[in-house]
Design a protein around this ligand. Structure first.
Ligand code: SF4
Length: 319
């Protein structure tokens, strides 16, 4: 396999809470993404996946660890170097309503991104480029003069995607890009993202909690729990043969369209709630909800091991 385009090594993001305590939102994650690949990052709300996505592209400063993009360690870049590098890595936000300035026209929202990076030389070129981009995402040139409130949720997300694409990025963190949209619109936006990836050779980190949709878009999937990645595998392998009890429980909750298969399926009910990340359990972070927990699980954190080629899991059952 060629050198990965994205390499994340031991990345942590801790937030101080009060004078003495820290919230370990991201706690030593590692993964790679090949050029043109999509890695899905899934987990329950509060597991740290959104913080992880933001820390990977330094929207949040990492507490420790390294992130290499195309061989450049972006955690070492000074402010000026980072500004130049920002063009290569963009983010599509969960809430298209909140991420667009309501007082700006679409022309100015997208044009601003072009201006910041000096990508156009005149107002005419700016307008032409914005119109071209709008057509690329399924909107039209006449939409350029309108304001965000004049659009539907799906159209606003298309504008958010256009703004990210305007600077010709290579890597995009898609942070739950469809979860605020109507179900009927979600597939359209996901298909647009897949289409754009093929046309432009984009690399995605796709953050989401909807496992069914993540399977559809991702080549490989990483599952997060309490700030750590507990399983990572090719999508088919993760769905067909999940190795971590947490992944097994998440997958067992997805309804199967075939009523007979659905009736026969064994559903694994997770005990309790996600523990408070300020006070995580000792040993394995999943042990308070795991149906297989043993004494060792409370004493020793399981290592993240390759249980078969390309399939990694952090569980003593695979020691
Ligand atoms: Fe369950 Fe123990 Fe494996 Fe953790 S290490 S997932 S508690 S069996």
């Amino acid at each position: 396999m060629s050198q990965p385009f994205i390499e994340v090594h031991g990345l942590t993001k801790y937030f101080p809470v009060g004078r003495r305590r820290v919230l370990k939102a991201v706690d030593g994650i590692q993964f790679t993404i090949q050029k043109g690949e999509t890695l899905g990052l899934v987990g329950e709300s509060g597991c740290g996946k959104t913080t992880a996505g933001r820390t990977v592209i330094r929207l949040y400063e990492p507490t420790s660890g390294r992130v290499l993009i195309g061989g450049t360690d972006i955690t070492r870049l000074k402010r000026s170097g980072l500004k130049a590098f920002r063009r290569k890595m963009q983010m599509i936000f969960q809430d298209p309503y909140a991420s667009l300035n309501p007082r700006m026209t679409v022309l100015d929202i997208i044009g601003e991104a072009l201006d910041i990076h000096g990508l156009v030389k005149s107002r005419t070129e700016r307008k032409y480029r914005v119109e071209q981009l709008l057509e690329l995402v399924g909107l039209s040139a006449e939409h350029a003069s309108r304001y965000p409130h004049e659009f539907s949720g799906g159209q606003r997300q298309r504008i958010g995607i256009t703004r990210a694409l305007a600077v010709e990025p290579e890597f995009i963190v898609c942070d739950e890009p469809i979860s605020a949209l109507d179900v009927s619109i979600q597939a359209q936006i996901v298909n647009l993202l897949i289409d754009l990836q093929k046309k432009m050779g984009l690399t995605y980190l796709f953050v989401a909690h909807d496992l069914a949709m993540v399977k559809y878009v991702s080549d490989r999937i990483a599952v997060m729990y309490l700030g750590k990645i507990v399983e990572l595998a090719r999508s088919e392998d993760l769905y067909d043969d999940p190795q971590h009890p947490y992944t097994q429980a998440l997958l067992s909750a997805i309804p199967i369209p075939d009523p007979e298969a659905e009736a026969k399926k064994e559903r694994i009910i997770l005990r309790g709630e996600l523990p408070n990340p300020m006070n995580p359990p000792s040993g394995c972070p999943f042990r308070t909800r795991c149906p297989h927990a043993k004494e060792r699980c409370a004493q020793e954190a399981p290592a993240f091991r390759e249980v078969r080629p390309g399939h990694w899991a952090a569980c003593h059952l695979h020691a």
